[in-house]
Ligand binder design. Structure first.
Ligand code: C5P
Length: 230
């Protein structure tokens, strides 16, 4: 186990590319996050191949469906023993509680992390899909629900870390994507911050994807991120 809070998002459809990047970055990251792009192409075999690297795994499938479907999918996911996995908090209390009960039943150590608002949303784009109020208010309300249901942590943007930590302290782990250092492209992330500031504000885990995986030398890019938070 490592204390390095950097999880690299390996968002690729190619297992060979994933393995190449992981080999280069493994000394500088605390874990590997695999999401839907990787899984929908490389499948469970890809997950097993990445698990061979013995780095902590974050399986980020952002489950959102009826409680029965989510619970049965989560059971499969927990069998891979990831350190973190994600569920949408907006799936509601029954879905979340059934998942928390399942984790207890299986004696699993996996941290169940609630996705509050995707970091690609801003106030205008949440209103567009019928959600009223600000991103900030919604992140707060969904975090209260996640805690009440017994979840271990939440995902939020760098902009919400301070407020979430002030309200919930160590009761909720805070996982933060949308990390960009000054010279990085923001891509589709609307609420970004540097790795150093995110850690200073209280992030427990920071997720860094394209600034590392799209760099000419991913190993060097990961090393720079690692140095920046020391
Ligand atoms: O490439 P980039 O650094 O933007 O990658 C961020 C990663 O974090 C992606 O894998 C994305 O799916 C994930 N993520 C996010 N916002 C959330 C939850 C997860 O960007 N709210």
């Amino acid at each position: 186990m490592t204390n390095n809070p950097i999880y690299c998002a390996i968002d690729t459809s190619s297992i060979d590319k994933a393995v190449k990047i992981i080999n280069e970055i493994s000394p500088y990251v605390g874990g590997i996050k695999l999401g839907l792009e990787f899984f929908s192409s490389c499948g469970i075999e890809g997950v097993e191949k990445v698990a061979e690297h013995k780095l902590p795994l974050f399986l980020d499938f952002k489950l959102y469906d009826i409680p029965n479907t989510v619970k049965k999918s989560l059971k499969n996911i927990l069998s891979y023993n990831p350190t973190y996995t994600t569920l949408h908090v907006s799936g509601g209390s029954r879905m979340l509680k059934e998942c928390v009960d399942l984790k207890k039943e299986l004696n699993s150590n996996t941290n169940l992390i609630g996705v509050t608002m995707l970091t690609s949303f801003d106030d205008d784009s949440i209103n567009e899909i019928g959600i009223s109020g600000t991103v900030n208010d919604n992140v707060n309300n969904l975090s209260v629900l996640a805690l009440d249901c017994g979840m271990d942590g939440i995902v939020c943007s760098p902009m919400e870390i301070k407020k979430i930590k002030k309200t919930f302290g160590s009761k909720l782990k805070v996982i933060v994507p949308g990390i960009r250092n000054q010279t990085d492209n923001n891509d589709d992330q609307k609420r970004t911050l540097s790795a150093k500031k995110a850690i200073e504000f209280g992030a427990d885990i920071i997720v860094v994807g394209r600034p590392i995986t799209s760099a000419e030398a991913p190993g060097k890019a990961a090393e720079i991120f690692h140095q920046s938070i020391k």
